[in-house]
Write a protein that binds this ligand. Sequence first.
Ligand code: SF4
Length: 209
Amino acid sequence: MLLITETFHSIQGEGVYSGIPMFFIRTNRCNLRCTWCDSTYSFYGGKEIPLAELYADVDNAKEEWVCFTGGEPLIQAEAYEFLEHMSGTGKKTLIETSGSIDIGKYSVLRNVYFDMDIKVPSSNEEGSFLEKNIKALKRDDYVKFVIKDQKDYDFARSKVSNLGNIEVVFQPCYGTSLKWLAESVLADGLNVRVMPQLHKLIWGEKRGV
Ligand code: SF4
């Protein structure tokens, strides 16, 4: 069983795989409470769905990619069983995680990729990141900073040099200026990707997309 908020078909809106059609599985519940969370509806309620039913939904989906998101998907009791199955299906799975859960046992699975946050000061969850997760990331994974203000930007900039060759995404919080963020990155000569939340540009602040 996984406790699910909803499943839906959409375009990946965040990070390195932005723009790719994916089948989304939004799990329910999160261990964090970021101040600017845009999916607080996933904190409560939800519906328990047997893994077999989800596997059938994934099989029936036209998309090559599955996005395993939340909430925090890695707190689900059967997250490993689900991801182990996914690694053998031929589909690719992107895990969107807060960085606060040990990803070690998941990162060795084939066809499983990580969009891993490092929480910034404005989230009020700055101390939640597990540093050892950095070592578990592979070439096709990436780290994402969701940035609201100058203090967040300075925090993210201070972390970039410790991330080695890992891809880094700077994403403005919804309502924060993309232009300001882009110009800050250019001024500082940072080797990061500046990316908006594509799905919000397309559909606005809305559930199920
Ligand atoms: S980790 Fe994600 S789902 Fe959880 S509170 Fe933060 S933004 Fe919301």
